[in-house]
Structure formats: C-alpha cells, structure tokens
Ligand binder design. Sequence first.
Ligand code: HEC
Length: 115
Amino acid sequence: MKLIKFITMRMLISIGISAFISTTALAQDEVQTFTPVQIAAGAKLFSDNCAVCHGPKMVEPGAGFFDLRTFPPKQRPRFINSVSNGKNSMPPWKSVLSQDQIGNLFAYVIAGEPK
Ligand code: HEC
C-alpha cells in the first residue's frame, strides 16, 4: 500500500515536471510580436548609434561587421547580452542605452526593415 502511494507520488511529480518543461519550450517558440512604436523607436536608435558600423537600415554593413539581417529571431537573450556588454570589437552599450532601448533595437532588428 505504501509502495503504491510512493509510485503514484513519483508519477504525479514527473507529470508535473514534464508539463513545466513543455510550457517553457512553448514560451521560447512563441511568435514574437512587436509594436510599431517599438520598431520606430528602434529604427531611430539604430540610425543614431549602430548604422555607422552595421550599415544604414542594416544594409551593407562594413567588412567584419555582423549583418544584422541574419540575426536569429529566437535569440533575444544573446542580442541583449551582446549589445549590453559588447562583443570583440563592438563596444558595450549598457552605459549609453537603457534596457528598454536595447529591447526596441531588438524589435527593429527582427521586425523592422524588409529582409
Ligand atoms: C564600432 C562599430 C559598431 C557599432 C557602433 C555597433 N556594432 Fe554591433 N557589432 C560590431 C562588430 C565588429 C560585431 C561583430 C562582433 C564579433 O562577433 O566579433 C558586432 C556584432 C553585433 C551583434 C551580433 C552579436 C552576436 O551575438 O553575435 C549585434 C546583435 C549587434 N552587433 C548589434 C548592435 C547594435 C544594436 C548596435 C547599436 C546600439 C551596434 N551593434 C553598434 C560593431 C559595432
């Protein structure tokens, strides 16, 4: 009797855990939507701060500069981290731009100019 109780508990726990994991996976695959306001704010920030290296409207980045049109839409944490803290020859932006502004830049890069 005790054993059955134990097994039932284990089953319930593992069902709980797998439900949790699949919800997390779903959240990552969720289609991201950005408001026109975010995208427009990002466009302005981009032309003021980023276009000098990454190219006007993300087109024709200079040699050695990441082509932002190829940035993977599902890697938001990578974007926030690289832009905040810099990467190799890209300077960090966290003392210049707020996290909100960097979020708007992400909206612009993913959903802004036609690809
Ligand atoms: C001084 C030139 C310069 C400026 C200005 C600049 N970047 Fe970069 N950026 C780079 C270079 C160089 C790389 C490639 C870094 C590497 O992978 O070695 C890069 C890479 C990136 C990447 C890819 C990072 C990754 O994880 O691979 C993103 C995203 C990015 N830049 C966004 C921005 C944004 C947004 C701005 C404006 C706030 C900006 N950059 C301004 C030079 C610049």
